[in-house]
Design a protein. Structure first.
Length: 331
């Protein structure tokens, strides 16, 4: 099977890097020996490439709670503010443990942010307390995410087609016990706190962080992954794989076409995330592109031709401040 072509890669990055990133997206906790065997290189090569991508490409592997399957609210915030205050507000939001995907947009006058409050108190504290009292905040729009079409455990880099079907299947995590209901307990917090810092933490490291036996840690993590309560996510700067342009798409679809449009978006190569949302629009999506010309080609082509799409507002990221649960390293 031939792999799909992808955008020209920046200097210092090659196809093996893209293949490694795809492998980590499939199973970020896979041993380097397994990844190396599938990719046809040595363990040392995989380890060396991994360290370089972490240092130069913002690569991180983390374990995240799946808010969708856990039934927890997620909100996309649009915070309009004075240009000179937007970076400071973005940095403050990035430091909160309940935020991700914080970025500056609209020429630096808007902060975009995904929040994952763990309780209604956290949500109220942010939307009704801190943000409205923040000087220079002009307007706050909060869009609650209602249904996920793409994202979460489904990674975007796999859409580049760097691996064959056989390689993809070999790298999928082993099937665990029969999935149970997705739920977390207070006893899981030390384990998940450690894995949110480093999704590749070893079992001895997790044993020390939790006080549980190594076998107990293995069993609990396997059960949590099998239930869907958590998933292993890997993220890097999309510019590393030749897609430096990122935009949020605020899409209005006809109500009867909402689901079909969302499902179609999930299959589009530029789409890294798509969810149905409450608010003025009913779908919010993240698109990644090789250039502004490529973004225009997508907007005027595949997206523009989707039956049921009535309106699209495009907000291009000026600068990303935070990706998942950690601030981006300083450049």
């Amino acid at each position: 099977m031939e792999t799909n072509s992808h955008a020209p890669l920046p200097p210092g990055v090659d196809d093996l890097d893209v293949r490694l990133l795809t492998a980590l997206e499939l199973d970020g906790r896979a041993p380097f020996s397994k990844v190396a065997s599938v990719l046809g290189v040595s363990d040392q090569t995989v380890a060396r490439r991994y360290r370089r991508l972490c240092a130069d490409g913002g690569l991180r592997v983390v374990v995240l709670r799946d808010a969708h399957l856990l039934g927890r609210d997620q909100w996309m915030l649009r915070v309009r503010c004075a240009p000179d205050s937007a970076p400071a507000i973005g940095e403050a939001l990035a430091k909160r443990p309940d935020t991700s995907w914080v970025g500056l947009a609209s020429g630096g006058t808007e902060v975009l942010c995904l929040t994952r409050p763990r309780s209604s108190t956290d949500h109220d504290d942010l939307l009704l307390g801190k943000l409205p009292r923040t000087p220079s905040v002009v307007e706050i729009r909060a869009h609650q995410l209602l249904h996920r079409f793409y994202g979460g455990a489904q990674g975007w880099i796999s859409k580049l087609g760097a691996l064959t079907a056989e390689e993809t299947e070999a790298l999928r995590p082993p099937t665990g016990p029969a999935p149970g209901s997705a739920r977390l307990t207070a006893e899981d917090e030390p384990l998940l706190d450690a894995l949110e810092r480093d999704g590749r933490a070893t079992y001895p490291e997790l044993q020390r962080a939790t006080g549980l036996s190594e076998s107990a840690v293995k069993r609990r993590l396997a059960a949590l992954r099998a239930s869907g309560a958590v998933y292993v996510d890997s993220e890097c700067d999309p510019a590393v794989v030749g897609h430096p342009v990122a935009a949020i798409l605020w899409i209005t679809a006809a109500p009867a076409a909402l689901h079909s449009v969302g499902e179609a978006l999930a299959g589009h190569r530029p789409i890294a995330h798509a969810s149905a949302t409450a608010g003025p629009c009913n779908i919010v999506a993240t698109a990644l592109a090789e250039s502004t010309a490529a973004l225009y080609a997508y907007l005027s082509g595949p997206l523009g031709h989707l039956e049921g799409v009535q309106h699209v507002e495009t907000t291009v990221f000026l600068r990303r401040i935070k990706q998942l649960t950690y601030p981006l390293p300083a450049r």
